[in-house]
Design a protein around this ligand. Structure first.
Ligand code: FAD
Length: 242
């Protein structure tokens, strides 16, 4: 089955879908070969290094521009707080669902499986778990959602009504990025110090889309970049899903 249009579930109500890729699979040219072809520009089409080795060598020596030859577009459904972290990555091009334009018929929000406790050592991090009544959380969010709906029904502008919604509400956007910048995103966001929720999106994209589309590039990426214990979870996910 083609990877294009495949939708992989992430979190409780989110997903990520590969919408487009260049080179397109129908062209008969693989993404890894497009990267090698870009690298051959540097040597006037010559060069005897086998293709797979050439990719390893470029990854090792940070010869990054050939990886920009491949472009991917994803459609993502994620909570607003995940989208905020994601959109700090300026090398992507984004189009997000406009809540000024469209009122949400159904407002979905993220309900975590467990509440993580504040990390004692990392001020931005979490560890272990803490007891908290999920009912209290649901009640607070649903009150906001109900208020949003009454504001819309009262004829309030969508751009105003949306301000009552919390960052746990799901949004949807399309993001286009080249393979070089995507690897930078994956390196930062698959690492154990990234927040669990965005980490799950990054790992899903890597394992279900990037790896099968760019097997030689992924092999080199894992060998030279995804090293260290901060990527143990990625290795475990790969072992469980391939
Ligand atoms: C674990 C973690 C914690 C974080 N915590 C915070 C936080 O507390 N507060 C916060 O505000 N942000 C935080 N961030 C976001 C972080 O500071 C970056 O904004 C985000 O990760 C995007 O990284 P980037 O700039 O390298 O990526 P991109 O925007 O994709 O840029 C890729 C690369 O292009 C170059 N580049 C792009 N634009 C410019 C530019 N205008 N000037 C110079 N070089 C440029 C840089 O080399 C950059 O590395 C955190 C990120 C992570 C992963």
């Amino acid at each position: 089955m083609s990877l294009l249009q495949q939708k992989i579930d992430v979190l409780d109500k989110g997903w990520v879908q590969l919408d487009d890729v260049m080179p397109h699979p129908a062209s008969g040219r693989t993404c890894d070969h497009a990267i090698v072809a870009a690298a051959r520009q540097s040597v006037g089409g010559r060069g005897k290094t086998p293709d797979r080795e050439r990719i390893h060598s470029m990854m090792r020596r940070h010869h990054t521009s050939p990886f920009e030859r491949v472009t991917l577009t994803f459609i993502v459904r994620c909570p607003i707080f995940v989208a905020r972290q994601w959109m700090r990555h300026r090398t992507w091009s984004y189009n997000e669902l406009s809540m000024r334009y469209t009122a949400l018929d159904q407002v979905d929000y993220y309900v975590p499986d467990a509440w993580r406790a504040q990390s004692a050592t990392d001020k931005q991090g979490s560890e272990g778990s803490v007891e908290y009544d999920v009912g209290a959380y649901r009640e607070a969010v649903e009150r906001s959602v109900a208020c949003y709906q009454t504001m819309i029904e009262a004829g309030m502008a969508r751009e105003m009504a949306r301000i009552v919604l919390p960052v746990s509400v799901y949004t949807q956007f399309a993001g286009t990025v080249n393979a070089h910048n995507l690897m930078h995103f994956l390196k930062l966001r698959m690492s154990s110090d990234a927040q669990y929720e965005i980490r799950l999106y990054a790992i899903t994209m890597y394992v279900h889309f990037f790896r099968p589309l760019l097997p030689w590039t992924s092999e080199a990426f894992e060998q030279y970049v995804l090293i260290g214990p901060e990527y143990d979870e990625v290795r475990q996910y790969i072992a469980a899903h391939t």
